[in-house]
Design a protein around this ligand. Structure first.
Ligand code: ATP
Ligand code: SF4
Ligand code: MG
Length: 329
């Protein structure tokens, strides 16, 4: 499925890797590397949503930042609209930057507190476009209406809004340059459930109206089940399962995915057992010193000798489903 989601995906990521140099202690404490993202590939069709899920530290944010060139990829390729995004010159990059925008978890810390809401939304227009003052103001007016904020709210400062409203400002800002791809990194995680639903509805409506593609990052499978077409499950820098929404929720294959699903109240009923729910408790390996075999082996109830010796590769189960586990046929 990785390479056949559509003939010309908006976003195609191949063998993306990001590593961070870390200092090790001790006598021979030279440089070691933490492979935050370790050779992942995925693609996203126009107008669709790909969710990346996984626990804290699995590499979701790092992968997203690398796609947007906000951290440097160590290897791999990111194609946006068929162009090699990681190799663009500075001039081309300025234009292309407008095509990928981010919405982050905490709008409070990602919105400049000294700027009025209209100035927050205006920032990307100033830095990434050459529009006139009148054009910018017209776009800002339209965006405030599109995200459900009133015109007079343009004059307020971020602290004068609720969390949900602040996220609406974040969405308006992300839309300002008419991006094709929006990367939502835990965009609703800080909001309470009712407000989460409102923001998810808004994102879905905007997607339909504007043909947007979303890379939707969340640690919570419950959130993404209403939001995505395809899901990549990450663990310790790797994609361990990659499937369309229906296959993943109806027929999860990887023990880690099953464990994540068992924590989702609405999915629990579908027969993911308590034993599977509990196994997620074990200790993950040291990310700087990964084991030779499967990275999930220290927490997996199905782990066998082969799992400790050989790292499982993503294998194709069907057109819509890939999984990396020795115990899945
Ligand atoms: N700048 C950095 N320098 C060193 N290590 C980093 C850096 N950024 C992230 N890491 C490490 O890379 C790994 C992946 O982190 P990342 O933030 O991408 O995970 P995540 O899946 O987004 O987690 P969360 O759900 O907590 O946001 C972690 O082990 C993290 O400690
Ligand atoms: S490869 Fe082995 S240890 Fe890894 S998830 Fe599958 S069964 Fe568990
Ligand atoms: Mg993160």
């Amino acid at each position: 499925m990785t390479n056949t989601l559509s003939h010309s995906p908006l976003l195609k990521v191949e063998h993306l890797g990001v590593r961070f140099a870390v200092k090790r202690n001790g006598f021979f404490g030279g440089k070691s590397y933490l492979k935050a993202v370790d050779d992942i590939s995925f693609e996203l069709a126009r107008g669709k949503t790909l969710a990346i899920v996984g626990e804290s530290g699995s590499g979701k944010t790092t992968a997203a930042l690398a796609v947007g060139r906000l951290v440097e990829a160590f290897h791999g390729k990111v194609q946006l609209d068929g162009k090699d995004f990681l190799a663009l010159s500075d001039d081309d990059l300025r234009v292309a930057r407008g095509k990928i925008q981010f919405i982050f978890q905490d709008p409070y810390s990602s919105l400049n507190p000294r700027l009025r809401a209209k100035a927050v939304v205006r920032e990307p227009l100033d830095s990434l476009t050459d529009k006139s003052e009148a054009e910018k103001q017209e776009i800002i007016d339209q965006l405030f209406a599109a995200v459900g904020l009133r015109k007079e709210q343009q004059e307020l400062f971020p602290h004068q809004f609720s969390g949900g409203q602040r996220q609406r400002i974040g969405i308006a800002r992300a839309l300002a340059t008419e991006p094709e791809l929006i990367i939502c990194d835990e965009a609703v995680s800080a909001l309470d459930v009712a407000v989460q639903a409102q923001i998810l509805n808004l994102l879905r409506r905007l997607q339909e109206e504007r043909g947007l593609s979303y890379l939707f990052i969340s640690h919570d499978l419950g959130v993404v089940q209403h939001m995505c077409d395809t899901i990549a499950v990450m663990y310790m820098g790797r994609i361990v399962e990659y499937a369309d929404r229906k296959s993943l929720f109806n027929s999860p294959q990887h023990p880690y995915t099953k464990a994540l699903l068992s924590a989702v109240p609405s999915v629990k009923k579908r027969g993911v057992s308590q034993a599977q729910a509990q196994m997620i408790d074990g200790d993950p390996p040291d990310p700087v010193n990964l084991p030779a075999g499967c990275r999930f082996a220290s927490r997996c109830p199905l782990a066998a000798e082969v799992c400790r010796q050989k790292e499982p590769e993503l294998g194709v189960l069907s057109d819509a489903h890939q999984v990396a586990c020795h115990m899945v046929e």
